[in-house]
Design a protein around this ligand. Structure first.
Ligand code: FAD
Length: 428
């Protein structure tokens, strides 16, 4: 269980699906994509019955295990065309802003508690090559007409209480949230025509008309429409088979710090730091006074990771912690966990009608909070026969391409991630 999940308040009342049931629209997967797809479809069709199923607990999935940056503009300064691809970046921004607005409406209109904090994010550098990455990122922001500000050494060290950082770039627009809290509470606030079943994997499907028949371990759901938001598991439903590149990334969270400890981790009550190098360490200081670090990517055979991998990554998180706050090293971590990221070789994502009355949104390609909400909302609108500028943009996006054979991809990913991790040096 993730530290976010266990500190996110009471669990949802667990109701697994049993027996034979029918609905107008079944949404599979309760992450950022599926939750917002269910909400949107139900809002647009108040007389329709919508069922949202998740194989596990909502909030304890990758969506609830993430760092909680609701990112307006995902950055990748090392990507060759990041600076040049102005049209792509503008569209990305447009889509993500739609996702953020939808999440914000859940908070402001439906009272979803999630420690919402619109303070933006600090892209932080600890090395000269990190500063160079930030400079390239700032060029891209200039071209996009985005505002940002430089944070010099004394200020970033005062914010974090860490001598590790030498420079940062503050970019407004990103929201910080407690992701598991959002997902649990948003599931509670779904429209009345949505029924939620957790611990309910769809284990087999017969697509057809007038109804698709979806089997769960203890029952059947017949549905006119199905929206699959099951991340890489979408491929198990017969679409984009073998096109997912499954990666895990890992995180560790401390216990709540004491007053004395807090005085050593900076003068800002909560913050989020994105590493200048994408293989560096992401850091959050949480609203409830914990430090939380993410690093390490590993190839996940058949979408799974192991306890051993989590513990190996925890060692790297402790090293990263010690670099930043050596005097607090003995605190250790209260919880460590991993979460699934689904990538495609060409950066493509799944969006659209996959078969008759079968819709899908999946493959987050690394950052899927704002984007996931936008994809989920848009795919529900598509399923409801609507059109929108976001749908138009997403329809033009590349679908996931076929990667190299699995063993080649696995070896390639392992080698590249190990090399990039080493190259990131003290940014980790
Ligand atoms: C440690 C970590 C930190 C991250 N930090 C950030 C961040 O700060 N910002 C950001 O934008 N992104 C971040 N990400 C990425 C982000 O978490 C993902 O992009 C996002 O959660 C993907 O959402 P999703 O809804 O597509 O998938 P998921 O959250 O994986 O949801 C898919 C759901 O489908 C369910 N499912 C699968 N198969 C079935 C089935 N057969 N039947 C029923 N249910 C099924 C699964 O149980 C799961 O709950 C991070 C990821 C990790 C792991």
């Amino acid at each position: 269980m993730s530290g976010w999940y266990s500190t996110a308040g009471p669990e949802l009342p667990l109701v697994s699906q049993t027996g034979d049931a029918a609905c107008d629209c079944l949404v599979i997967g309760g992450g950022w994509m599926g939750l917002h797809a269910a909400r949107r479809y139900a809002e647009l069709n108040p007389d329709a019955s919508v069922v949202l199923v998740d194989a596990e607990r909502i909030g304890n999935n990758a969506s609830g295990r993430c760092m909680g940056f609701v990112i307006d503009l995902a950055h990748n300064p090392r990507k060759q065309d990041f600076v040049e691809d102005i049209k792509g970046n503008k569209e990305e921004l447009y889509v993500n802003l739609d996702g953020i607005a939808y999440i914000r409406s859940a908070v402001e209109e439906h009272g979803v508690d999630c420690d919402w904090d619109p303070q933006g994010k600090y892209h932080s550098a600890a090395t000269a090559h990190g500063v160079e990455d930030l400079r390239r990122f700032s060029e891209a922001l200039d071209k996009l007409g985005q505002s940002y500000s430089w944070v010099e050494t004394a200020e970033i060290q005062a914010i974090t209480g860490s001598k590790h950082y030498i420079k940062a770039l503050h970019h407004p627009g990103t929201i910080l949230v407690q992701p598991a809290k959002y997902l649990k509470n948003a599931a509670r606030r779904l429209p009345k025509n949505v029924t939620v079943h957790e611990n309910t994997p769809i284990v087999a499907v017969r697509f057809g008309t007038p109804k698709h028949v979806c089997e769960t371990p203890t029952g059947t759901i017949r549905t006119s429409k199905v929206i699959i938001c099951a991340s890489g598991y979408l491929t198990k439903f017969g679409f984009f088979e073998n096109r997912a590149i499954p990666l895990y990334t890992f995180a560790s969270m401390t216990r709540q710090l004491t007053e004395i400890e807090l005085s050593q981790v900076g003068n800002k009550q909560a913050y989020g730091l994105i590493p200048a190098n994408s293989f560096g360490t992401t850091v959050r200081r949480t609203v409830d006074n914990r430090l939380f670090l993410r690093n390490v990517y590993s190839y996940a055979t058949d979408f799974k990771t192991t306890e051993r991998d989590v513990m190996k990554a925890r060692v790297q998180q402790q090293i990263a912690f010690d670099r930043r706050w050596p005097e607090l090293s003995s605190i250790g971590f209260e919880a460590s966990w991993g979460g699934l990221l689904t990538l495609a070789q060409n950066g493509g994502m799944v969006f659209g009608e996959l078969d008759r009355n079968v819709y899908g949104a999946a493959f987050c390609n690394g950052t899927g909070v704002a984007r996931g909400a936008a994809f989920g909302k848009a795919v529900a609108e598509l399923a409801a026969g609507r059109s929108s500028p976001v749908i138009d943009i997403l329809k033009t996006r590349a679908s996931p391409s076929k990667p190299y054979p699995k063993t080649v991809t696995a070896i390639g990913v392992r080698m590249v991630t190990a090399y990039r991790f080493k190259q990131a040096g003290a940014e980790v």
